[in-house]
Design a protein around this ligand. Structure first.
Ligand SMILES: [Zn+2]
Length: 828
């Protein structure tokens, strides 16, 4: 007995010494945590160290890299037993809706620093990991903790490096000091200036794509996204604010409250301020709280006051000093408290997760999509990434809500139509991404209120209340690549309908292949080709000995179907030698960056050219813009801005357009042009302005008295918070080549402009009701007879306007062709 006791004691004391020997973040980094910002590689090194020092409890993996080449890592922390069985636990959890599998461990995923300049996050994560393995081992008995210490390393280092450069010594709490004023490009977004906390569902960015793969392998019970807000704000934690999406279950809401109450206990004990149920709602599906929620988790945002403004310490509005150490303490407390609650409720979490994925009783059971094959394929790529199952219909008749008309219709399917059912593991996510109308419990929200994927991808869709049977494979998928490529033809013709066609063209031009496009429809070999179809002739490329090889390879790479024409004589329409068939030029494109332009909008354009179209773009900054020769550029793009563009810059651009340049303006920048009398672009008035005119002579008794406290709500009549409108398309306009008769546009605000004299490629006529999302009554009225995409002659040049930014967050697939059309067809 004695000796056994002695051995046990020795063993215990060695364990104790062992855990005491694990270095805290401060000991490892050799500075007190909170005394400076750790650069990303230091954070990675600390986790590497933890994994080496306690391999039985901590495992680190690299799940990817950022655009700038930094490591994306994930750290698993649990008990020794669980760590040995990690893979078994993961499988049991993922299959928990199947009878034989049962998991009893809670899975908690903590994500830090999605916004790079909310830089407390990664610091707090290190302390949380350390305390977990040294002091909170009992929770780890039934809990797997997964930590992503930094979702956005490029943004974090941008902030930290900038701060270290401009920080006073010692740090200065005066909020006016430079260290509290980040420059134009803050550390918030990633390399391409995308907000990664708007990208979970669209996964346009490399970081999101890689993270989603591993996230789907786990689908945690709990997901926390750690953030920071303004320096004056108290801490925010769950439960979330209205509106809550109707797909969120009562249990999910209830457990948010359970977690919030546990946090409150610690915050009360410390006398820290906090708030719940305000501002941060759960609707838009592409956030770090909603996306996990629609996948069955309790998804939450926690917000500390601070972000890029706070530095190591700053005085806030109340005259109190907020330090990085305070911020760490708060995020650390909620992190641990979350794990504590999860551990205490592991059984409940498992039962409810099972229920969430087992029963999906939504009104619409199936979504049937038809249209352009490329667009269908692009959509299936997105579905694959989300691990959403789909199939293809047999020929049958279905009845349901028709997205194009907004009515209930009967539709006869064809064999290639895509079917996505809500009766699957990811059923809730399917509902949220495809439903024709978002149900709003409150119209004041943090973000857009509509995103239905059929509209975003430009596909026809029916939402059916019946479950439609489908087959797994699309037979027509690979036929393309088997067709022999016949040589020695007069010309090769490619349709122009999708971004896949645009990428093909971009690649051809890069390889010095000369390509023409048709401005009139024509017919060869009994096939009709619409405006914009690409014509690649042997004659144009006769001096290129590699012509056929390149064409063959490029066609294969992009899976394009080419129609061969043995003669330049067409059956109907204009022959290939006609002036209606124009040469596409290798236009040189420049985009403006820096103040006053929106970094998000600039990033969308930059990402579009480099990562989507693969076409070179020159980035020009305001500071030297006035010294460069603009005439070397064919197209200049102005990103969105609500600010004022410098007069000298605008004057130079105007002269350049007068002499033949093509200027592209997007979103709110159109308003800058409308204010300039030289351009005949007219913004429609707000009805408030109309009311003011009308109110002269109006009886005061007719005016509604709005209570002071309700002011915010009265604005909403004027507001559009991301709603989908149906617009008409003039298919003879080069900007509209490749589009259908209707185009569904995502309106991000209520701005509206009169029809242009030059050309209205896409416009809303008298039919102006929103198909999905919130649009206030006055704002909706304003959209009548307004232009969405159009062009206007100015001197010898052209001004192209895109009122509703089609590149917004990179997810409105169907709108992307407008930019390609501008580049290839307007510049020729
Ligand atoms: Zn944030």
């Amino acid at each position: 007995m004695k000796s056994t006791l002695l051995i046990t004691l020795t063993f215990l004391s060695s364990l104790l010494t062992f855990s005491q020997n694990i270095k805290s973040p401060s000991e490892f980094l050799e500075y007190d945590l909170g005394n400076r910002f750790s650069r990303h590689h230091q954070v990675v090194e600390y986790y590497e160290y933890l994994a080496e020092a306690t391999p039985e409890q901590v495992k680190m993996i690299e799940y990817g890299q950022t655009y700038e080449g930094r490591s994306l890592i994930l750290v698993y922390i649990s008990s020794e037993d669980n760590m040995i069985n990690l893979e078994t636990i993961r499988n049991a959890h993922l299959n928990s809706n199947k009878k034989d599998n049962s998991n009893d461990k809670a899975i908690v995923w903590l994500s830090y620093n999605v916004h790079g300049n909310e830089a407390v996050s990664s610091e707090a994560s290190m302390l949380t990991a350390y305390e977990l393995i040294t002091k909170k081992k009992e929770w780890l008995e039934n809990t797997i903790v997964i930590i992503d210490p930094c979702i956005n390393p490029d943004g974090r280092d941008r902030y930290v490096n900038w701060y270290n450069q401009f920080k006073n010594t010692p740090f200065n709490i005066d909020p006016n000091s430079k260290e509290h004023h980040e420059p134009w490009l803050s550390g918030r977004p990633n390399h391409y200036m995308f907000d990664l906390n708007r990208d979970w569902a669209w996964i346009t960015q490399k970081e999101s794509q890689q993270r989603l793969k591993i996230f789907n392998k786990w689908l945690p019970h709990i997901h926390v996204d750690f953030h920071e807000q303004g320096v004056d704000a108290p801490y925010y934690f769950a439960p979330a604010a209205e509106p809550l999406h109707e797909a969120i279950t009562d249990w999910q809401i209830e457990f948010q409250t359970t977690i919030g109450e546990n946090h409150a206990k610690y915050f009360d004990a410390n006398g820290w301020f906090y708030f719940t149920k305000e501002i941060f709602d759960l609707l838009y599906p592409s956030y770090g709280d909603t996306y996990p929620t629609y996948n069955g988790a309790i998804g939450m945002t926690y917000e500390q006051g601070g972000s890029g403004r706070a530095g190591l310490g700053v005085i806030n509005r109340n005259g109190d000093t907020l330090t990085l150490k305070d911020r760490i303490a708060h995020h650390h407390t909620t992190g641990l408290s979350t794990i504590e609650v999860s551990s205490l409720n592991a059984d409940k979490l498992n039962n409810e997760f099972k229920k969430f994925h087992a029963k999906q009783d939504f009104k619409f059971k199936s979504y049937i999509l038809s249209g352009n094959k490329d667009k269908i394929q692009l959509l299936t790529e997105l579905l694959d990434a989300h691990e959403i199952e789909y199939g293809y219909t047999p020929v049958t008749t279905v009845r349901g809500y028709d997205y194009n008309s907004g009515n209930n219709n009967t539709y006869k399917t064809s064999e290639d139509d895509l079917v996505i059912s809500t009766d699957q593991f990811k059923g809730t996510l399917v509902k949220v991404l495809f439903e024709p109308k978002t149900k709003l419990s409150d119209s004041l929200t943090y973000d857009i209120t509509a995103w239905s994927l059929p509209y975003a991808y430009g596909l026809n869709a029916i939402a059916s209340e019946q479950k439609i049977t489908s087959t797994a494979q699309n037979k027509t998928n690979d036929v393309l690549n088997n067709i022999d490529f016949s040589e020695n033809e007069y010309a090769y013709i490619c349709r122009w309908e999708s971004m896949k066609d645009a990428r093909f063209l971009s690649d051809l031009l890069k390889n010095k292949i000369r390509v023409r496009f048709t401005t009139e429809p024509f017919e060869v070999n009994n096939t009709t080709f619409k405006r914009g179809s690409l014509i690649i002739t042997k004659a144009d490329n006769k001096s290129n000995p590699e012509f056929l090889t390149i064409l063959k390879e490029t066609r294969f790479k992009h899976s394009r179907e080419l129609t061969v024409a043995p003669t330049g004589l067409v059956d109907t329409g204009k022959d290939f030698g006609s002036s209606a068939v124009k040469m596409i030029h290798n236009n040189k494109v420049a985009v403006l960056t820096g103040k006053p332009f929106s970094s998000l909008s600039f990033g969308e354009i930059w990402h579009y050219f480099e990562q989507q179209l693969h076409y070179p773009v020159t980035v020009l900054e305001q500071s030297y813009f006035n010294y460069i020769d603009l005439y070397q550029y064919d197209i200049i793009i102005l990103p969105e801005t609500a600010g004022v563009i410098e007069k000298q810059t605008m004057d130079r651009i105007k002269n350049w357009v007068k002499n033949g340049g093509k200027l592209v303006t997007i979103g709110r920048t159109v308003n800058s042009l409308a204010k300039d009398k030289d351009f005949s672009i007219t913004q429609k008035k707000d009805s408030a302005e109309n009311d003011e005119d009308a109110e002269n002579g109006k009886d005061n008794s007719e005016m509604n008295i709005i209570p002071y406290s309700g002011n915010e709500r009265n604005y909403i009549k004027e507001m559009i918070t991301g709603a989908i409108f149906k617009a008409k398309v003039d298919k003879t306009h080069p900007l509209s080549y490749g589009f259908n008769n209707d185009y569904f546009t995502l309106k991000l605000n209520s701005d509206a402009y009169d029809y242009l004299e030059g050309g209205n490629a896409v416009y809303i006529d008298h039919e102006n009701k929103p198909f999905n999302g919130f649009a206030g009554s006055d704002a909706t009225d304003k959209q009548k007879r307004s232009v969405i995409v159009g062009s206007q002659k100015y001197g010898k040049g052209n001004i192209i306007i895109m009122v509703d930014n089609p590149l917004f967050r990179g997810f409105w697939e169907n709108g992307k062709l407008f930019m390609a059309n501008t580049l290839f067809f307007m510049g020729s």
